[in-house]
Ligand binder design. Sequence first.
Ligand SMILES: *[C@@H]1O[C@H](CO)[C@@H](O)[C@H](O)[C@H]1NC(C)=O
Ligand SMILES: *[C@@H]1O[C@H](CO)[C@@H](O)[C@H](O)[C@H]1NC(C)=O
Ligand SMILES: *[C@@H]1O[C@H](CO)[C@@H](O)[C@H](O)[C@H]1NC(C)=O
Ligand SMILES: *[C@@H]1O[C@H](CO)[C@@H](O)[C@H](O)[C@H]1NC(C)=O
Ligand SMILES: *[C@@H]1O[C@H](CO)[C@@H](O)[C@H](O)[C@H]1NC(C)=O
Ligand SMILES: *[C@@H]1O[C@H](CO)[C@@H](O)[C@H](O)[C@H]1NC(C)=O
Length: 341
Amino acid sequence: MHFTNTLLSVLAAAQVLAHPGHDVREEALARRTYLESAKRTNLDHCSAELRARGHEQRGVQRRQALAAANAKRGIVQRAPSDINKTHLSTADFNQNTPLHDVFAVNASCVLSPEVTEGPYYVAGEYVRKDVTEKQAGVPLWIDIDIVDVTTCKPITDVWVEIWSCNATGVYSGVATGAAYKPAPENLNNTFLRGFQKSDADGAVQFQSLFPGHYDGRTHHVHVAVHPSATERANNHTIDDATVSHLGQMYFDQDLLNRVEAVEPYASNHARWTKNAQDFLLAVGLMTSDPLMQYVQLGENLEDGVLAWLSFGVNTTYSKKAYVAATLYEDGGKANSKPPFQ
Ligand SMILES: *[C@@H]1O[C@H](CO)[C@@H](O)[C@H](O)[C@H]1NC(C)=O
Ligand SMILES: *[C@@H]1O[C@H](CO)[C@@H](O)[C@H](O)[C@H]1NC(C)=O
Ligand SMILES: *[C@@H]1O[C@H](CO)[C@@H](O)[C@H](O)[C@H]1NC(C)=O
Ligand SMILES: *[C@@H]1O[C@H](CO)[C@@H](O)[C@H](O)[C@H]1NC(C)=O
Ligand SMILES: *[C@@H]1O[C@H](CO)[C@@H](O)[C@H](O)[C@H]1NC(C)=O
Ligand SMILES: *[C@@H]1O[C@H](CO)[C@@H](O)[C@H](O)[C@H]1NC(C)=O
């Protein structure tokens, strides 16, 4: 795998450390190192196999059903893209447009490229589809499916976890609040984190909220695949740091611009890093398209967004994630060992 100098120049231009004690540039370089050793960096080679197996078709049906169950009015579709494509050609699908056409857009495919989890991974979180709790924000339905990059078969019956910050840029479960201020009371929060088990098509679905932004990163949702996790005895939470895939899912800049224009996002005055300035997205874009495809579930953005993405996963690769904190029955406890040292 060869890279142009783009990444190096992006990294050289870096001015901000996104998190105290955590350098996004190091994270980007670690990811690049992984990509250089990877033989496959997208799922293009699986396309025929997946279509033959009916996998793509079932993905269409799955997203269609999820949208039908949650759409407020007509579904508004926008095309997927790479970072700089705009979507002025937005088509407003009317009642007569077969939903199948809306969801038959080729899903973006990215290989398990990320080797770092960022400083906000919390273990011990809940098994649940709906991770919204009482948070405010634009509804975001997520449909992810995972495929073994070597065999081109869906990865079934494994736990898939997502986590993201809330509309005003705060991650739950860690001792850090808005603007990186210490917030020990935040350790007991669990919003926008959860696990689902992949089905026969390697798919999981979550009901979440559109993430906001925080200084140093563009909007993103983390995803991790846990190949060998089991539920705790309470059957509601999972404490496992072994992951075979860590990734981040991104969104079109024009969608982000519209999200940031509505409350409570609009009240978040943290510095806003755009897609074009994000180091980790820059690395992701070198080999794949980690921007989610999506439809709007009604005329208004506030009606919600359904976004989807296929991930190729290298199952021979697994690592221990750095655990910033762990959720126990008696609340969250921070890890005393700082990350990346
Ligand atoms: C999977 O990961 C291993 C270890 O990083 C790497 O050597 C191998 O090339 C990867 N396989 C593919 C298909 O990318
Ligand atoms: C995308 O657009 C930005 C801002 O105009 C520019 O700096 C960047 O080089 C472009 N990236 C690509 C991959 O074309
Ligand atoms: C999807 O991608 C495959 C492989 O890149 C291509 O052959 C096929 O035509 C695409 N299908 C659609 C509907 O764009
Ligand atoms: C995000 O979480 C923080 C910490 O709990 C909270 O103060 C803030 O109100 C939340 N933002 C929204 C939009 O709910
Ligand atoms: C957890 O699930 C298993 C299997 O369904 C069941 O046997 C066990 O009783 C459950 N434990 C609790 C604490 O609910
Ligand atoms: C978290 O919740 C537990 C159990 O309810 C409580 O004992 C603890 O004081 C709480 N921790 C914080 C930081 O609020």
